[in-house]
Write a protein that binds this ligand. Structure first.
Ligand SMILES: [Zn+2]
Length: 453
């Protein structure tokens, strides 16, 4: 069994920061203490001056999915190669429900593809068809470790939308079996009312994309979700929240949890005026700059619980110049830069690094029922660790990415990439270099231990 001793590192625990040694034995952390001594056969890594975070958990990725006439650039293998390089040792991806498929079939198909993942992985189950027969599968899915279900309040045109009444119905079932409901919250009617006049006037350049999906659409849908959570007792997780107005409704609700993404914390709607504006077409869109301030305030106040990426990258050639915005494949990459960019931001802003640890690891592990195996630096937890030198800030890192994509939204921001990444004790990044010796495994969520934040 491999034994690795990390000496003298600064551990960024969810509640505090301590200087201690960590002993890894096999796949788990076996001891954390001051002055641990190495026994023969133990490899020792000097971590003096380095920060050690729990493995990063990205609760929102879409690896290799078909969208309109394109396929996103990453599959599970390439996407998680870049994830590991950026310190993401666990991802939670989404199923895709095809016509005539049961929920179980959609999970099985996705699990098969996920076997190529280097990060450990779990799945959220997309429910994109309203059918009582499908809902009958929910209790068994929860028992089998798929405990979170996602619905959409929009995208009526592609037939995946649920009405608010339908969402309430499914929320009741999920609540009864102690699962978690995830919602893409943008009100469809408000979007249609904003979208149609633009199209009829032939205003189809990328800069009109944000006008077609106003923040009031998000706010309205979030308000409805808050009411549904109160009515049904169902915990609801709002994915990729982008606006101050949306946050206002979601905050201070006992059972409503909020995820935002680096792109909404860092980039405003001026990106759509850039030459590569089309590359930023994603939904929800980037917002007016005052939203950025409100979201950071939400981070600091604890009103936002997680930062995920909504990772779904496309190549520059996938988003050709001249495509009307409504036909541009939606999405952008971010899993490789999630931790490096957010860490540099937190240090620059002088924010508490334990807060970052909670936002990027602990809180999602708790919500999705895989804590304390993941998201914790304690004995018996999986040895998922990210070692980083806080002084190694890079401003010119694009060429160091291992991603197969040819574009990144965050190039203008400084980043601090991990020196070492361990995933279940396997040393997958060594001195900044990838060394992918093993694949990830499926993590079953435990509904009974979930959503205790
Ligand atoms: Zn998404």
């Amino acid at each position: 069994m491999n034994k690795i001793l990390l000496k003298n590192g600064t551990l960024i625990l969810p509640e505090t920061t301590v200087n201690k040694d960590i002993l890894i034995r096999g796949e788990t952390i076996s001891d954390i203490d001051t002055d641990l001594h190495s026994k023969p056969g133990t490899e020792v890594v000097d971590c003096a001056g380095k920060l050690i975070f729990p493995g990063i958990l990205d609760p929102h990725t879409h690896m290799g999915i078909p969208i309109k006439d394109g396929i996103s650039a990453d599959n599970f293998e390439t996407g998680t190669r870049s994830a590991i390089h950026g310190g993401v040792t666990t991802i939670i991806d989404f199923t895709i429900l095809e016509e005539d498929q049961t929920l179980f079939e959609s999970v099985e198909k996705r699990l098969k593809l996920a076997e190529y993942s280097y990060s450990d992985y779990s799945l959220h189950c997309n429910i994109t068809r309203f059918s009582k027969k499908l809902f009958n599968e929910i209790p068994k899915l929860i028992q089998s470790g798929i405990i979170s279900f996602k619905v959409f309040t929009t995208y009526e045109e592609v037939g995946i939308m649920f009405t608010y009444e339908q969402i309430e119905e499914v929320a009741k079932i999920i609540a009864e079996h102690r699962g978690l409901l995830m919602v893409h919250a943008e009100d469809n009617r408000i979007i249609q009312n904003a979208f149609k006049p633009l199209i009829s006037r032939n205003l189809t350049e990328p800069l009109y994309h944000p006008l077609s999906r106003p923040d009031t659409a998000e706010a309205t849908a979030v308000e409805r979700m808050v009411n549904i959570s109160i009515q049904t007792g169902c915990p609801i997780y709002i994915v990729h929240l982008s606006s101050a107005k949306g946050l206002k409704w979601a905050q201070h609700q006992e059972k409503v949890f909020v995820e935002t993404c680096p792109q909404y914390l860092l980039l405003d709607d001026r990106v759509y005026h850039q030459d590569d504006g089309r590359m930023f077409v994603t939904s929800p869109p980037h917002r007016k700059t005052e939203n950025i301030k409100a979201l950071w305030q939400g981070i600091i106040n604890g009103n936002i619980q997680t930062i995920g990426t909504d990772h779904c990258p496309f190549l520059i050639s996938d988003k050709e110049v001249g495509i009307p915005f409504q036909n541009i494949p939606n999405g952008m990459g971010g899993v490789e830069t999630l931790f490096p960019v957010m860490l540099a931001q937190f240090i620059q802003k002088g924010l508490d690094l334990s807060l970052l640890s909670r936002l990027l690891s602990t809180n999602a592990a708790k919500l999705f029922g895989i804590y304390p195996r993941k998201g914790a630096l304690i004995p018996n937890a999986d040895a998922d660790l990210v070692v980083v030198d806080p002084h190694k800030v890079s401003t010119d890192w694009f060429n160091d990415l291992v991603s197969v994509t040819d574009w990144n939204a965050f190039v203008q921001f400084p980043a601090i990439f991990p020196e070492h990444v361990f995933r279940r004790g396997d040393w997958l990044v060594k001195n900044g270099e990838l060394s992918l010796s093993s694949r990830g495994i499926f993590l079953a969520g435990d509904a009974l231990s979930s959503h205790h934040l």
